[in-house]
Design a protein around this ligand. Sequence first.
Ligand code: MN
Length: 494
Amino acid sequence: MLSKTYSNTIVSWNDLKLEAEKSKIPLDLDLLQLAYELANQAHQGQLRATGEPYIHHPLATAKKLIEMQMEQDVVIAGLLHDVPEDTSVTIEAIEKDFGSKIAKLVAGVTKLSNLKYRGLERYAENLRKMFIAMSADIRVIIIKFADRWHNLTTLEGLKPEKRERIAREALEIYVPIADRLGIGGIKTELEDLAFQWLQPKEFAWLQNEIASSLPMLEDNLNQMEIELKSIFIKDQVKIISQSSRRKGLYSLYKKLINHDRDLNRIFDLIALRIIVPDISSCYQALGSIHAEFTPLPGRIKDYIALPKANGYQSLHTTIFTKRGDHSVIDGRQVLEIQIRTPEMHEQAEYGITAHWHYKEHGATKADTEQLKWVKDLVEWQKHISNEDLVDNLKMDIFKHRIFVLTPNGDAINLPEDATVIDFAYALHTDIGNSCVGARVNAKMVPLNTILKSGDVVEILRDKNRKKPNVDWLSFAVTSGAKEKMNRKLRELDA
Ligand code: MN
């Protein structure tokens, strides 16, 4: 169970075909086969560093894309993604056989692989390229995720420095982007694979620790599943399914480091996931559980009313599984429960891509926000040095996000540690420039006040005021606010 995603599995054309037949998304097998034959021809005689025929790589990439519920153009582009780069078959030839949409996707992926820089410079350049490719067509990044995922399963053929570079890039660039786009499935796999290569000793240590705790936790979980089942029947709560999920190894590792490496202090190594048909059933299920089992204070999270910035929604709670004495809090006596609808589950696994196949429902609010985020990034990165790019991104993507509300109840998405002035500029440049004060939860506060999720913020303005105060730069944390202020200040200087 532990190592299912961590080793290379050979994918043949037949395996890909079987996967395509199972796919929920309709795929044209004949066209897929034509793409396979072209790729197979083109890569004829080439070997991977691991010694296997090259074609295994595009086949594995395409299979991963099918598992990620990608549509036909993306799967075909996945099969062809290394053809123009490594063989004599050109983009023009691909366009002639498969049309301009697929050719464009392949060209987008090819562009992203021509890297020239090292260190910080290279990191910043990679980020820039990524954002531009994403804004042109976000599916290019999805193909890169699948490509990098397979590369990470076949690193043993490479020299240590190259291994490390590829794993580090995955962790520092692809993982935060996948996270920000809400694609939890591939994010966790990329992260765990990179972790395995970057910290092999820690990885092995963690696998051992888990192996010794897991059986007991699983017993506990199975018993809860049975108990809850009868509670839900008694309370007439509609349930679709109950299942368990194990926390990703890398995210578990990061948590353990902050908890004295003591697995008993981690409450969500495995969690029970309950899928219910609709939102009201989510709250009913939570109510039923809390009526029977004492919840741990401070661990009830309503991501339905206040979704995470990447669109994630669920109710979370952690309960004592034993009735009676709750004086000792230990991971062995508590259980995290996540309650969600099937739609929320799809969103959590596939993020921004979850809705592509249900066009009749239109884009969700989270989708629109994510696409806007990508466009903003592209605009913003044009005006900034490599060093600032990397620093600011650490703030913007790598940090957790909060939701702050306007008096009308619109949720504005900001990084943790954002201040009132960041909020003002996130609403509009003019609101920022004319800002003279603010009320947070109806109390007057200074502009450098750090906001929390759920704060209601009202910006007080002087309509005659049209410029930022230079001091604001010292406590603004978002790149957006800083950029808008700097632009205005430059204008006034000129
Ligand atoms: Mn590749």
